[in-house]
Design a protein around this ligand. Sequence first.
Ligand code: TRP
Length: 452
Amino acid sequence: MSHKRSSFSGKVGFVLAAAGSAVGLGNIWRFPYLAAKYGGGIFLLVYLILAVTFGFALMTAEIALGRKTQLSAIGAFGSLNKRFSFLGYLASIVPMIILPYYSVIGGWVMKYLAGFVTGEGAAMANDAYFGAYISKTAEPIIWFLLFMGITAVIVLFDVEKGIEKVSKIMMPILVVLILVICVYTIFSMDGALDGVAYYLKPDFSKFSIMTVVAAMGQLFYSMSLAMGIMITFGSYMKKDIRIEKSVRQIELFDTGIAFLAGLMIIPAVFAFSGGDETALGQGPGLMFVTLPKVFATMPGGSVIGAAFFIMVLFAALTSAISLMETIVSIFRDKLGIGRKPACILVFGICVALGLLSCLGYSAWSTVKIIGMQFLDLFDFLSNSIIMPITAFATCIFVGYILKPKALIAELERGGPFKARTLFTVMIKYVAPIFTLLILLSSILDVFGVVKI
Ligand code: TRP
């Protein structure tokens, strides 16, 4: 990396920065709709097990790789073994695929925020509102461009610090709001308790390989794994900090917020639709369809709705900024260009890809690639294909080329590494087999060879 490498000020600084970038739409928007769709409690259980085993091992490995080499993804793999530098490139493609569609969702959030501010809250509670909105051609594109534009301007003028400060205040408020909405829904709405049971009690008859595939993809996405981000974060981490402890804290934070978001949305879905399969399985629109209905019945709902969407917008912006920052820094390093041209280039590519995602719901809704419209396709390509490949190759690299010992030395710098056996077994045996199975299942599923 050609630019200066500063470090985070201290232990808390690192955890907060990493958690700040990890917590975003993945937790609030994506986790609840997957949990609703893939069987509720069983999805939650699989997710939690994966988080403390697989997610823990992979995040630990990535941070240790970054801190050991003091380099970001592309440099880190290449510096340890030339043949593995492809892995850094592969990981770097992921943010490029995610950021455009992430910004499309960011645009939806802005639209809903604007709706609550301008007193359109009641209309948004209508079942058909969301579908009608995303199938419009111009409006979602305008909101997407606005979200993308704000992100780009912040990265261009290098003013992330200001946003991060604001987001540190916003995050606790978001958690409080989520709790308020949970308590309100669960205690005042008929049928919500069935939703709580659906979400918390695993129903093993709902288990399928796709539950694991979805949970795994979500784990990568939510914890920003298998895309080089944590390697870069690790490279900025001070040497005397215990990586293990930081990883546990980030995990707890990230999973905690996702868990609460599920508890906020799923019982509400039950209250309004009685846990009907179509309502639970509706996918990306779930939060946007459900929450306005809650706000419509809640005293002071339009103010709470507006406050909620502001907080979500900030969480989304900090993640988008961090995604864009990563891509810009890769472009600068690899093409040897300055911040401004790199920002313009990245902005251009993101606009092109994001437009596809917007149009996939409207003018081009009949265009399907491997059975998916664009947004789903990008989501699938990054979370179900490239991330498992990257995670698999990272495990092979750490497990057999570099050897876990080399990283364990790094992990023991700040004190004892308690989970070393779990780490080694996960990285060498469980995770590689698992990621391969996941990859295979998603490919088979999509090409309809086997319906899993
Ligand atoms: N983890 C983020 C979320 O939950 C999304 C995300 C994926 C991200 N990759 C990232 C954020 C890279 C920052 C950097 O919303």
